[in-house]
Design a protein around this ligand. Structure first.
Ligand code: PCA
Length: 204
């Protein structure tokens, strides 16, 4: 069976939990649209997250790759359009590192477009009652970093597989802890990601 690699992230900054971890736990092992979902949780660490992700790609040999990140403060599910070749973010990773605008891949393309069906995902989500919109910036922190690493790798390997990134809002559990972010129920977050994955078709 085809495989879909789904990644989440560990908690970071003052977000004591990361709802993406719950989503990947919930969907691990499921079959969606003919893809077996295999999952990993990535560290919020500029020096190891990319390596862990590429290792997971080599281990699982996926036919599609979707990474998830928490966008604390966003109220909608937001499939990302593009990743840029820049580590910044202005905030420390979980090892205290704050990069200042250096390239993720020396000599790499300035930007790489994701290859997920983001319009279809947003339409399908709205159809099912979940607020959603395309995002044109994944920022310059770890989510952009991981998205860029994936897209750069598959381009270099000439693998024409659907790959990209989806930011999700905080869960209610996180909002109770954190206080100042819009939130969704974890069940709705799980279901919304599942709706996004259902849109993926291997068209190559
Ligand atoms: N969100 C962060 C990094 C980890 C996560 O879940 C981001 O948007 O960059």
């Amino acid at each position: 069976m085809k495989k879909l690699l789904l990644t989440g992230f560990e908690p970071f900054l003052n977000f004591k939990l990361n709802p993406t971890m719950e989503v990947v736990k919930h969907l691990d092992g499921d079959t969606i649209n003919g893809y077996e979902v295999v999952t990993r949780v990535l560290p919020v660490d500029f020096s190891t997250s990319g390596k862990k992700l590429l290792k997971a790609i080599e281990e699982t040999k996926p036919d599609a790759i979707v990474s998830l990140g928490l966008a604390g403060g966003r109220a909608k599910v937001t499939p990302e359009r593009i990743a840029i070749n820049c580590n910044d973010g202005g905030e420390p990773d979980n090892h205290g590192r704050i990069p200042s605008g250096e390239p993720i891949v020396e000599g790499g393309s300035d930007g790489l477009f994701g290859t997920l069906p983001i319009h279809k995902m947003v339409n399908e989500l709205k159809e099912k009652g979940y607020p959603a919109e395309i995002s044109n910036s994944a920022g310059t922190y770890l989510c952009n970093h991981v998205m860029y690493q994936t897209l750069n790798y598959i381009e270099k390997q000439n693998k024409r597989i659907p790959a990209g990134f989806i930011h999700i809002p905080a869960s209610h559990e996180l909002a109770i802890e954190h206080g100042k972010v819009p939130s969704w129920s974890q069940t709705d977050l799980n279901e919304a990601v599942s709706v996004c994955l259902t849109c993926i078709k291997d068209e190559h």
